[in-house]
Write a protein that binds this ligand. Structure first.
Ligand code: AMP
Ligand code: MG
Length: 329
């Protein structure tokens, strides 16, 4: 894979995401710590904090001037009742970053409170925390954004199978550099193979993905779109940007995200890496109106309602179905 002009950024980020994904899987298999409730009532686990510390550490070492805009911060970890959690985060980090003490680790987690700039990184250390807790899909997602465009996207998927490997061999890395294509490798191996979206043209035969968590979407509108398209197979429920990797790999044809409310806006770290990986695999990603996602307006996708990501061929039909289903809402 030729990755100029982002050679160094790509290789540092690839190693960080791969190590983060392997660490998250290790935590899932070995640490029974329950999730913390954050102030917005969403859960955060040892893996969320440890992966954010590790990726922030690698980026700070290599690109100290780049802001990091990430999902977690260390505020909850700094409270006295979170000391057991801090201990578990440090234990998780010991293998990949033995030089870190807890003060530095918490400061690195707080590096994720950076603000979007001309050039910055955005990270979801564990996208799909509910999938992580439940035993579903979850991913580590990192992207480099320059002047509002995603230039590099990486997704580490510890629980995903893209072929018929046995359970023990699960785990994939997907990555893309703008203009250079999308690639995947098993978490254990270095060799990258190209990703390509599916050739499906007929919406009736589309393999469709949606969020596992029904509260994340407007199920009524989603079902109307599915009906208008005439999709025959039951949609597959999957957490996180693992969905984007599955579409980029041609193992599904389409994902539709209709937010639960008209005013909800996705966070950039929930879409940045996945959108580039699908586009560079030959697919198309837009909001519900057909507009490109705008990563240059802050940490929310303020300008975009919902997401449609497809193999490209199905996109016009989906936009028509969405128009019909959302008219007069
Ligand atoms: P998914 O598994 O595709 O629903 O994506 C998981 C992501 O959804 C999480 O990382 C959250 O950032 C995001 N999320 C959390 N709550 C909501 C919500 N109420 N509506 C939409 N997305 C949400
Ligand atoms: Mg997320």
């Amino acid at each position: 894979m030729t990755v100029d002009p982002w050679h160094r950024e790509f290789h540092v980020a690839l190693r960080a995401v791969r190590d983060g994904a392997i660490m998250a899987r290790h935590v899932r298999e070995n640490v029974g710590e329950p999730a913390l409730q954050k102030s917005d009532q969403s859960p955060a686990t040892v893996a969320d904090f440890a992966v954010q510390a590790l990726v922030a550490h690698r980026l700070a070492e290599n690109f100290p001037d780049d802001p990091l805009v990430a999902e977690e911060d260390a505020a909850t970890l700094r409270t006295p009742s979170a000391q057991t959690m801090v201990h578990s985060v440090m234990a998780a980090l010991h293998h990949s970053a033995p030089d870190l003490d807890s003060k530095r680790a918490l400061d690195l987690i707080d590096r994720g409170r950076g603000t979007p700039a001309e050039r910055f990184w955005t990270l979801d250390p564990v996208d799909g925390t509910q999938g992580f807790v439940r035993g579903g899909q979850y991913v580590v997602a990192l992207a480099l954004i320059v002047r509002g465009q995603v230039e590099i996207g990486l997704i580490g998927c510890p629980a995903l199978s893209l072929d018929d490997r046995p359970m023990a061999d699960r785990g994939w890395m997907a990555c893309a550099v703008r203009g250079r294509g999308s690639f995947a490798a098993s978490l254990q191996e270095e060799a990258l193979r190209p990703l390509r979206v599916s050739p499906c043209r007929d919406p009736r035969f589309a393999r469709l993905l949606r969020s596992f968590e029904a509260e994340h979407i407007n199920l009524t509108t989603f079902n109307s779109i599915v009906q208008a398209l005439g999709v025959q197979a039951t949609p597959v429920l999957m957490d996180s940007q693992a969905k984007h990797v599955v579409v980029a790999a041609g193992c599904a044809d389409l994902l539709i995200r209709v937010p639960a409310t008209k005013t909800f806006r996705d966070k950039i770290w929930d879409q940045a890496a996945g959108s580039l990986i699908i586009e560079e695999a030959g697919g198309r990603v837009t909001d519900l109106s057909g507009a490109l996602l705008d990563f240059g307006v802050g940490y929310l996708l303020k300008a975009n309602e919902g997401v449609i990501a497809s193999n490209g061929l199905l996109h016009p039909a989906v936009l028509d179905a969405v128009r019909g289903a959302t008219m007069g809402r």
